[in-house]
Structure formats: C-alpha cells, structure tokens
Design a protein around this ligand. Structure first.
Ligand code: TYD
Length: 205
C-alpha cells in the first residue's frame, strides 16, 4: 500500500503558496504523517542561480524555462523521489505548473507543450492544488518588498489565466485565497484528506 504522497501548491505571486504549504505541513504532521516540505526554485546551485535571475530582466525567457526545468529534474530525482521512497508526504511550494504558467506567459515562442517536454524527466505530483487570487490584491500585499521581475499586474493576469486554463484541462482543484486564512487552509486540508483516503494512506482521525 502506498504510504507516501506528493502534493504541490501552486499559483501566482502572493496567492499564498508558501504560507499554506507551511500550514499544511503542520497539519499533516499532527495527523501522524512523516512530512517533508520543499519549494522551487530549489536549494540546488541551479535554484540559487535562478533566484538571482529573478531580479535580472536581461535573462531570455527561454533561458529561464531551461533552468527551471533543469532545477526541477534535479530536485525531483535527487531529493523528492528519495523522500517518497522513504514514505514521506512531500509538499512542494511550486512545481511544474509554475513553469507552464510563468514561462509560457513571457514569450509567444514558449509553448506549453515545449515546457512540458523539457520537464518530462521530473516526476508527476499525486495532487496539485492551484491557489488563485486577483493579482491586484496579491501585489497590494507585497508593497513593502522589493519585487521580482514577474511581479507586475499585466504579466500576472496572463499567468493567472494559464493556471486557470490548466486547472480546467487537468482537473486540478482551484481555491480562491483572498479569504480568512483558516478558511482557505481548511479547504486545502479537506482536499488533501480526501486524496489520502482515496490512496489508502493511514492517518490519525
Ligand atoms: P516565490 O515562490 O514567490 O518565492 P519568494 O516567496 O521567495 O519570492 O518566487 C519564485 C518566483 O519564481 C515566482 O515569481 C515564480 C517564479 N517561477 C517561475 O517563473 N517558474 C518556475 O518554474 C518556478 C518554480 C518559479
């Protein structure tokens, strides 16, 4: 019986993926599951390079797409896969859908198909939940911070649309996050619990 599960929370900047990943990890630990939290860009050298490139608008969108895919393949094969094999519940704050939404929104020459192809060596999550918010609301929350190059409304409107289209095509759950944090988190928890039950994963009731 499978005792591990790979969960991804994804969505536009400011949609709450980091906050809700942390809360979800705490909840699943209380349910008695061995939980491993991770994020993308990852902590690898490629991930660190990407964090500097996020502040640099001279980097071609295709270079970003290639590097995010390289980071992801490494992240999956040298980290996530190992944890899953040891029976951990893995929660990743962002994964493949970030590349599809952000990189394909940046250039007409970057198709969803190409991004999917680049990422074909990265394992698939068991559950992807898209956190959705209006970019005007999400960027308002970040006003005090130095913003990354993708953090502007016109681009994020496009990125959001790709997330929503993908969710429709792939059957991902979409949760609107401009609401009381506990309510949003409990919606996420309900979806995860349903998936655990479906997969026959045992947890404390
Ligand atoms: P984010 O996850 O918001 O990290 P932080 O909270 O530290 O700012 O920032 C990561 C940024 O990287 C975000 O703007 C989305 C972008 N990104 C991509 O464009 N493609 C990807 O494949 C990933 C994983 C992230």
């Amino acid at each position: 019986m499978q005792q591990s599960i790979f969960i991804v929370l994804d969505g536009i900047d400011g949609s709450g993926t980091s906050t809700h990943s942390k809360l979800l990890a705490g909840f699943l630990s209380l349910k008695g599951l061995k939980t491993y939290s991770t994020q993308e860009p990852s902590n690898s050298d490629i991930g660190k390079l990407l964090r500097t490139y996020l502040k640099n608008d001279k980097i071609p969108a295709s270079t970003d797409a290639l590097l995010f895919a390289a980071d992801r393949v490494l992240h999956y094969n040298n980290d996530i896969k190992e944890k899953l094999e040891k029976g951990y519940t893995v929660i990743s704050d962002r994964y493949l859908e970030s590349s599809i939404a952000y990189q394909s929104s940046q250039s007409e020459n970057i198709s969803v198909e190409w991004v999917l192809d680049l990422n074909k060596f990265a394992g698939k999550p068991d559950l992807t939940i898209i956190l959705d918010i209006d970019p005007k609301m999400s960027l308002a929350r970040k006003q005090h911070k130095v913003l990354d190059k993708y953090e502007e409304t016109t681009l994020l409107d496009k990125v959001r649309q790709v997330y929503l289209n993908r969710a429709k095509d792939e059957g991902y759950f979409v949760i609107y996050t401009d609401d009381i944090i506990e309510i949003v988190q409990s919606r996420i928890q309900n979806i995860v619990i349903e998936k655990l039950v479906q997969k026959g994963i045992q947890f404390k009731k």
